[in-house]
Design a protein around this ligand. Sequence first.
Ligand code: MSP
Length: 511
Amino acid sequence: MNTSYITTPIYYVNGSPHIGHAHTTIMADILKRHRRMRGVSVFMTTGTDEHGQKNQEAAAASGLPTMQYLDRQSGEFQALFDRLGVDYDFFVRTTHPYHVQQVRHFESLLHAKGLIEKKAYQGLYCTGCEQFKMENDLSQEGRCPDHPSLELEYTDEINYFVRIEDFRPWLLEHLETNPGWLQPERYLNEVRQMLAAPLEDLCISRPKSRVSLGVELPFDTDYVTYVWFDALINYITNVGWPDKDEFKWWRNAEHLIGKDIVKTHCIYWPIMLHALDIELPERVSVHGYWVGPGGQKMSKTLGNVVDPVEVIENFGVDALRYYLAKNMRTNADSQISVDLIRQTYESDLANNLGNLLSRVVKFTASRFDGKVPAPSELHEDDKALRDDIVARMTQAFEKMDMHTIPNSLNRIMGAASLMNEYVTAQAPWTLIKEDGQLDRVASILYAILDGLRLVAEALYPFMPSSTDRILAVLARPPMSAESAMHEFTGGLLEPGGRLGEAVILFPRVEV
Ligand code: MSP
């Protein structure tokens, strides 16, 4: 059987989960559910990155004992992902003993290979990125472009380093010979550029005197591991490295990441793996940023932060999943606000999909005793509609990766629009008043109800709970009970089956 291992970044716990965290984790869930329906066996992980300076500072500021703070914060992420219906297989915490132990093992192996050296280093450090910054990484104002409000810290200390420059030609070659490895293409160019000049040695430690929240180095107890070095290793400890059995998942690993962490994932991480002769992940997929209306960075001061929990409470989980899946663009940042979410919710979910279901189910209830109408034969137009819907769903499902999620979703929702137009054009409510048209009306309704079933099935990766609610109305078993290979087949709705109540799937929301 084909396998797939999907990872999200692991999130810093110095604050509450935000829309960016919700986004990548939902995309991972969508891809997982989609692949499972295509017959692929999937393992998906997400989790929290709990070491390093900024977590340490946040823990100290909270007044709680460090571990208690980390438990609380990590729990908040896990609770949000559970609420969002994310079907992860493993939630990693970098404070887990197994992870800690294997990070140390990783370092011992590197050490034994003679790849680690100790030396003095002076440089500017950004706690926001948890990274040293070079002169040419800085903005004109001499600040970190991603964290302009933070003061860079001048650091002069002795640390452990890995010489990564020696791996540069190999990595360039890898990128050239594996063009699909990093997507989309624009980030590949970015990485090529980063590799145009010699690479600075990678600092892999912090003296405990400055940062104590971390994995102690196996060969020097005065130091902890640099947080990024520790965090990246989660991708292999999640699947049991160095144990051979579980590590089988690694072969088809795909990392989903945001655009700000391309360097760590596409330069440091491959080199770390290659240094120990571990295969590289199959691919890295990068998404852009969510920004406020007008393209402004979201910030508390501007008051344009979209809180995932608030969105869920007002509009429901599926409204958030839908908005994020529909609107992340490939080559630019994407805008989000509560108002934009509301507009999409009303037009796409309430008016297009929800309304269609409730109109048709109500009509069936009043004219066909609430049972799926049984036409003696499906009319030609209805058959054509069915074929069109099946073709759309099949196409939407054929090949979907993180970048084509919006396309696939639009194709599926296009079928709902098509059915709305069809009902309006065929006007079954008028037709039923004419003599001898009952069978024709039954055929129209059957085509729409069965079409809604197909759309509901196809929406499963995106909005699993709405799918199951629609299927319940259509007297079909829930998709969540099924995980086997799925084919889109027209005409599976059983004539005579009793429909459920015409529930309002997406009720009007007053905020
Ligand atoms: N802990 C590191 C990742 C280690 S992975 C081995 C980290 N954590 S983070 O919490 O700061 O960010 C995690 C992810 O959130 C990144 O992929 C980042 O791109 C994403 N986002 C942060 N803000 C975002 C938006 N406004 N929009 C979309 N994603 C954003 O980095």
